[in-house]
Design a protein. Structure first.
Lengths: 289, 280
């Protein structure tokens, strides 16, 4: 807390700091501490005996594989999201008038406030054995039996996550577009640059912070989610979040906390590095804040 | 944010390609849910579409009979209202603090944004461990605490955007005319931000209503709506699942659409605008 903050500012910031620090930060620090302690079978809780056993257990029984698989699926999702989001944000930022830009932005934001569960669940109707895609393929005679890998597969999980997290990729790029001086683009066109030259040499570098921010947002959210894997993934498909739930089912608190601590530490490093490199908070200036 | 058509004229196929991809994005975001809505109007037990002449709300009426669903909905509404009632004023005070800050604004904003990014499962187990250590039994109160942490960043950002519509000179004018800081806040700032505060409340409510990962660890005896839905979705397909999925989507979609329409039509009094050009 800065010494030059006026008391009013401090009191205004206080409630939100209590929430973020008290409910967000302190539990994370305590769970990190508890992850270095030992499970107590007498109390079904943790006793203060320091140990690295949980971290050793992290490397056992395929847990590292779950980490890598989760990160891999998240990375694939994020890549697809980014490849779709850059064109979509460009349509909002370069090619649309104010009305259409507002409408598209609303359409891209709206799903965020509806149930993620339902949106993931809806894919079952589309991709299932009797879903629209299989029905269409069969009635067109392209396949004789339903395509099985459409649902309860990594394909379904990635598709569900891409559809769910596209807004996280699109919105930061749109914010970056709002910061572009129109005259820069007009100047490049006056000098004879075609659309693609202008796009690759002027626009892409200017919106790069938004692209990276969107990439980061989608990746972080995709690493943390479990819903799409539970509803659309194959039998036995796991993720970090599902692993935490499984470990807690056998009340192994220190191990669950160790997994959480590793994930949070990696995410914090990622956010700090990205913020250093790109000044993420600058993006929000487009909102006028 | 103000957008305008920047690129006009030839785009070497760019317009077509980019528009196609945008349509693809909207399709994967909306098509499955719209299909689910249509399928939920099928009166048969068999899954699939029926011609519009046979559309029926049979399964929606069947929902009204479901006592467990009603209790889950009550619990979720209670948690959502409590969350929104806390997140809105706290978000507003965070926004005012941000505006008043001269140093460390970047860090404050980064804290707010980071809170959006912690995985729900991890926030959930961390909070449930703490609340358990404090001896607080799981109930709607513990879920509300978790949802406050989840919704506050969004409430703060919506308030920040609203606050940006309040010109400092308007406040300064009120102060020059003798209004104290409190009077200026109540008579100038609050009315100008009314639309955003309402949006902030509704968004916090909807985010809470649909939240699953944190609630899973913080729930007491009574399930919330997403927890009940998740159970139903994974235990054999009864057509009522499609009906309540449809109901949830229609209601939250309609509410957000109304909020967006309201925000778009908001009078921009006090918003920073270029003076009109003098007529030639």
């Amino acid at each position: 807390v800065g010494a030059r903050w006026r008391p009013v500012t401090f009191f205004l910031a206080l409630p939100s700091l209590v929430v973020f620090v008290g409910l967000g930060f302190i539990p994370l620090v305590l769970t990190a501490t508890w992850s270095f302690q030992t499970f107590d079978p007498d109390t079904y809780w943790i006793k203060p005996a320091w140990s690295l056993a949980s971290y050793a257990a992290l490397l056992e029984s395929g847990r590292a594989t779950v980490f890598l698989r989760t990160a891999g699926l998240a990375a694939l999702t994020t890549t697809v999201c980014t490849l779709l989001a850059v064109p979509a944000a460009t349509v909002v930022g370069l090619l649309s008038g104010p009305r259409r830009a507002a409408l598209l932005l609303a359409l891209f934001t709206l799903p965020f406030f509806t149930s993620g569960l339902v949106r993931a669940f809806a894919w079952r109707l589309v991709l299932g054995r009797q879903g629209i895609i299989n029905n269409a393929l069969m009635s067109l005679g392209i396949v004789q039996t339903p395509v099985e890998w459409l649902l309860f597969s990594d394909f379904a999980v990635v598709l569900g996550m891409v559809a769910a997290y596209l807004p996280f990729a699109i919105i930061p790029i749109v914010l970056a577009f709002a910061r572009i001086e129109h005259s820069v683009i007009r100047a490049s066109q006056d000098l004879g640059a075609g659309f693609w030259t202008m796009f690759s040499t002027i626009v892409l570098p200017l919106v790069m912070p938004g692209i990276v921010a969107g990439f980061l947002f989608v990746f972080v959210v995709a690493v943390g989610t479990s819903m799409e894997i539970q509803l659309l993934g194959g039998a036995g498909a796991s993720s970090i979040s599902i692993m935490i739930t499984d470990v807690l089912r056998v009340v192994n608190f220190p191990l669950a906390f160790a997994i959480a601590t590793v994930v949070v530490t990696l995410l914090i490093v990622l956010i700090i590095v990205a913020n250093r490199a790109l000044r993420l908070s600058r993006l929000f200036e487009s909102l006028g804040i | 944010m103000n957008f305008d058509v920047i690129v006009t004229g030839r785009t070497g196929g760019g317009r077509l390609l980019l528009t196609t991809i945008t349509v693809l994005c909207l399709t994967i975001m909306y098509a499955p849910v719209l299909y689910l809505l249509l399928a939920s109007l099928n009166p048969d037990v068999q899954l699939g579409l029926v011609p519009p002449s046979r559309f029926s709300l049979t399964w929606y009426f069947a929902l009204l009979e479901d006592r467990r669903l009603a209790r889950a909905l009550e619990e979720s509404a209670l948690v959502g209202l409590a969350t929104a009632a806390l997140a809105t004023p706290i978000g507003l005070s965070a926004a005012l603090a941000y505006r008043a800050m001269t140093r460390m604004r970047g860090i404050f904003l980064l804290v707010v944004i980071s809170a959006m990014l912690v995985p729900g499962t991890i926030e959930g187990i961390g909070l449930s461990a703490i609340l358990r250590a404090l001896g607080l039994a799981p109930s709607w109160v513990t879920i509300t605490i978790g949802h406050l942490l989840w919704t506050l960043p969004f409430a703060a950002v919506v308030s920040l955007i609203g606050l940006s519509a309040v010109r400092p000179s308007t406040i300064a004018a009120a102060r020059d005319l003798g209004a104290g800081p409190m009077r200026a806040f109540v008579d100038i700032t609050l009315p100008l931000m009314r639309g955003n505060l309402i949006s902030s409340f509704i968004f916090a409510f909807l985010l809470s209503l649909n939240e699953h990962a944190r609630a899973y660890y913080l729930v007491g005896r009574q399930n919330t709506l997403p927890l009940y839905m998740f159970g139903a979705m994974n235990s054999g397909a009864s057509p009522t699942i499609y009906a309540f999925s449809g109901a949830v989507i229609v209601i939250s979609g309609a509410v957000v659409a109304v909020v967006f329409a309201g925000l778009a039509g908001q009078p921009s009094a006090g918003r920073y605008e270029r003076p009109p050009r003098p007529a030639d």
